[in-house]
Write a protein that binds this ligand. Structure first.
Ligand code: ADP
Ligand code: ZN
Length: 599
C-alpha cells in the first residue's frame, strides 16, 4: 500500500481519497508546488496533512484564522498526529516550548499565524528545522479585491525565495479568475500545478420561499426539519438579529444573537457556545461566519436577501461541511426587492459602481424567481456548466407551475401608470381590488379605469405579481424612498401587447405545510440510539474541553448508527475511525452500541 493511503486509513480512518485529493497528495509528496481551488467541505485539509506526515520534517501551515487553530490542532492530536500551533494566544513560555519541539524535529504539523511566521527570528528557526512543506490556507487573503485581504499574506512570497526546495501548497475556496491570478502572482506560484474542483455542494438542498411572515415560516421550517440541529439564521440588521434571536428563544430554541454591535466578549462567548454545544441556532448578521469551521452546521437560513450571488454561495456554503445533508433556506418577498433596489439606486456610489451592484442584485433576483434548477443557476453564475436537474433543490423536487400573466401584468402596470407612478404596492393593490380606502378617496382613484379590475386575484397573488414585475425590471422603485413604482422602458412592449410574460404560481400555504413534513430531515432520525451516541460524544468532548465534532463527526456517528458495529474490528471499518480514536473511544462507543442493540 502506498504510504499516503496507509496514513489516510490508519490516522484519519478514511477508506479512500476523494476527488482530486490523491493527485494533489502525490504531487506534493513528489516535491511539486500546487494551487488548490476546492469548495468548502471539499476536503482541503487532507491535501496538506497527509503529505506533511508522509514527507520528512514538519509541515508548516499558515492560516489567518487564529481562533480556529486550537480546534484544528486538537482534532489532529485526537488522531495521534504530533501537531502544535503558534500564535498570539500562547504565553511566552508555551510558545518557547513549541519552538523547542520544532527545532528538535518532534512535530508533524505546525500551524502559524502569518505575522509570526514573518518575524526574522522565526524564519531563522525554520532554517534550522527540517520542513516537509508549506501550506498556505485561505490563500485568497493575498488578494486585494476580496474582502479578506491580509497585508501580511503578501509577504509570503518570501517563502519561495528563502526555501526554494520546499514544496508549497496554496488553498482556497474562492474561485473567481481575478483572485486566482492574484494568488499565483503574489505567492510566486507560476510553476505550480493547479487543481480546480467543481464548486458544487451536492449535499446542500437549496430552497427559496416566498415570504408572508418570515419569522413564522422560519419557525415552521425549523420545527419540521431541524429539531436539535445547529444552524445559522442570517438577518440584514442588528435590530432584526436581536429580535429574531429573542423570539426563537421564547419559542424554546437555543438561539443566540451575533453582530458587530455586541462587545467582543459576548461575541466570543456566543461563538464558543455555537462550536461546543449541540443544537445552537446562531442568529447573525454577515459579521458571523468567516472562519467558522464547524462541520455540522445543518442549515443556513436567510430571513433577508443576501447582497449578491457570491454572498449567497459563501453564506449557504457554511452548511454541511461534513458532507451530510444540509439545507440552504431563503425567504424573500416584495419588501426585500424594493428595499434592495432602493439601496442600490439611492446610494452614494459612482454610476459605474451602481451599475455593477444593480447587475449583481438582478442576478440574485433572477435566481430567486427562476423556475429552473437552482444548483444549475448557481454554478452557471460562477462559470461552471452543470447539466440536468440536480434533484436536490426546491425547483427540482417540486417543479413550480407557471401561468400566463400577461393580462394581469398589464393591469398592474396600467394601474401604476393611471395613478401617476408614485404609489406603493399596497395602494395599487387596493385600487386593483376596488377597495374604498381613505387614500383611494383622497386621490380620487375610484375614478381611474383600473379601479376594481383585478378582482380575479387575491391580495397574495397580486403581491406575487408585483414582486415578479419589480424583480424582472418591469417596474422600478422611485428614489425618494416612499416605495412608489414607476414604469420602465421594458414595460412598454408588455403594455402594448407586443410581448407576454409567465409568472410563477404562488404556492398555497396549506399545501406547502404538508409537503414540508414529508421531506426527510437532515439528521438520521432522532431515535434513542442516535441520541445515545450523541450524548456519549458530548460527554467525551466536555471531559476534554473540545467541540464534539473533534471526537467524531456527525457522518461517523451516522455510519455507526446505520451499521451498528458490535466489535472493535467492525467499528474500525467506520469512516472517520482511525487507529488512535479506535483505541481511545472505541470501547465507550461499543458499549453504547451493544447496550442499545435491538432498539
Ligand atoms: P475544507 O477544508 O475543504 O472545507 P475539510 O478538510 O474540512 O474541508 O473536509 C470536509 C469534510 O470531509 C470533513 O468532515 C472531513 O473529515 C471529510 N473528508 C475529507 N476527506 C475525506 C475522505 N477522503 N474520505 C472521507 N471523508 C473525508
Ligand atoms: Zn435542482
Amino acid at each position: 500500500m502506498p504510504p499516503a493511503l496507509q496514513i489516510l486509513r490508519s490516522v484519519f480512518g478514511y477508506d479512500a481519497f476523494r476527488g482530486q485529493q490523491q493527485a494533489i497528495v502525490e504531487h506534493l509528496v513528489g516535491g511539486g508546488d500546487a494551487l488548490v481551488l476546492m469548495p468548502t467541505g471539499g476536503g482541503k485539509s487532507i491535501c496538506y496533512q497527509v503529505p506533511a506526515i508522509v514527507r520528512k520534517g514538519v509541515g508548516i501551515v499558515i492560516s489567518p484564522l487564529i481562533a480556529l487553530m486550537q480546534d484544528q490542532v486538537d482534532a489532529l492530536k485526537q488522531a495521534g498526529v504530533k501537531a502544535e500551533f503558534l500564535n498570539s494566544s500562547l504565553s511566552g513560555r508555551e510558545a518557547f516550548a513549541v519552538e523547542g519541539r520544532l527545532e528538535r524535529g518532534e512535530l508533524d504539523l505546525l500551524y502559524v499565524a502569518p505575522e509570526r511566521l514573518m518575524t526574522p527570528r522565526f524564519l531563522e528557526l525554520l532554517e534550522r528545522a527540517e520542513i516537509a512543506l508549506f501550506a498556505i490556507d485561505e490563500a485568497h487573503c493575498v488578494s486585494q479585491w476580496g474582502h479578506d485581504f491580509r497585508p501580511e499574506y503578501v509577504q509570503l512570497s518570501i517563502l519561495h525565495e528563502r526555501f526554494p526546495q520546499i514544496p508549497r501548497i496554496a488553498l482556497t475556496a474562492t474561485a473567481d479568475a481575478p483572485t486566482r491570478r492574484e494568488i499565483v502572482e503574489r505567492l510566486g506560484l507560476t510553476g505550480a500545478q493547479q487543481f480546480v474542483a467543481s464548486f458544487d455542494r451536492p449535499n446542500i438542498r437549496y430552497r427559496v420561499t416566498y415570504k408572508n411572515n418570515g419569522r413564522e415560516q422560519l419557525l415552521a421550517f425549523l420545527e419540521a426539519e431541524h429539531r436539535g440541529d445547529s444552524g445559522i439564521v442570517y438577518c440584514l440588521s442588528r435590530k432584526k438579529v436581536e429580535e429574531t434571536a429573542q423570539w426563537l428563544a421564547n419559542k424554546g430554541w437555543k438561539a443566540l444573537p451575533y453582530h458587530a454591535g455586541l462587545n467582543a466578549e459576548t461575541r466570543r462567548q456566543h461563538q464558543q457556545l455555537f462550536l461546543r454545544e449541540e443544537g445552537v441556532v446562531m442568529v447573525a448578521t454577515i459579521a458571523f461566519g468567516m472562519g467558522i469551521d464547524k462541520p455540522d452546521v445543518r442549515f443556513v437560513a436567510h430571513l433577508d436577501l443576501p447582497k449578491s450571488m457570491e454572498g449567497y454561495y459563501q453564506e449557504t456554503g457554511r452548511a454541511g461541511r461534513d458532507g451530510m445533508p444540509a439545507d440552504a433556506w431563503l425567504a424573500y418577498g416584495l419588501g426585500d426587492v424594493i428595499t434592495l433596489r432602493q439601496m442600490v439606486e439611492g446610494g452614494e456610489a459612482s454610476e459605474e459602481r451602481k451599475l455593477l451592484e444593480k447587475r449583481k442584485l438582478d442576478a440574485l433576483l433572477g435566481y430567486c424567481e427562476s423556475v429552473a434548477c437552482r444548483r444549475g443557476l448557481l454554478l452557471a453564475y460562477f462559470g461552471e456548466n452543470y447539466q440536468g436537474a440536480c434533484g436536490n433543490c426546491d425547483n427540482c423536487l417540486d417543479p413550480p407551475q407557471t401561468w400566463d400573466g400577461t393580462e394581469a401584468a398589464r393591469m398592474a402596470l396600467s394601474c401604476a401608470y393611471r395613478t401617476g407612478q408614485r404609489f406603493g404596492v399596497a395602494h395599487l393593490i387596493d385600487v386593483l381590488l376596488g377597495k374604498q380606502t381613505p387614500k383611494v378617496a383622497q386621490f380620487g382613484h375610484e375614478k381611474t379605469s383600473t379601479f376594481g379590475i383585478g378582482q380575479a386575484h387575491t391580495v397574495a397573488q397580486w403581491q406575487g405579481i408585483f414582486r415578479q414585475l419589480v424583480a424582472a425590471g418591469y417596474l422600478e422603485v422611485d428614489m425618494e424612498g416612499f416605495g412608489g413604482l414607476r414604469l420602465t422602458a421594458a414595460s412598454r412592449p408588455l403594455l402594448r401587447g407586443e410581448s407576454t410574460i409567465a409568472f410563477r404560481k404562488e404556492p398555497e400555504r396549506t399545501r406547502k405545510k404538508e409537503k414540508r413534513k414529508t421531506r426527510s430531515s437532515a439528521s438520521p432520525g432522532h431515535d434513542a440510539l442516535w441520541q445515545a451516541l450523541r450524548e456519549k460524544r458530548m460527554e467525551l468532548a466536555k471531559e476534554q474541553g473540545v467541540p464534539p465534532y473533534v471526537i467524531f463527526h456527525d457522518s461517523t456517528l451516522s455510519e455507526m448508527h446505520a451499521q451498528r458495529p458490535q466489535t472493535l474490528a467492525e467499528l474500525a471499518h467506520i469512516s472517520g475511525v482511525g487507529e488512535r480514536k479506535l483505541e481511545r473511544y472505541g470501547p465507550a462507543f461499543l458499549k453504547v452500541l451493544t447496550e442499545m442493540n435491538g432498539y
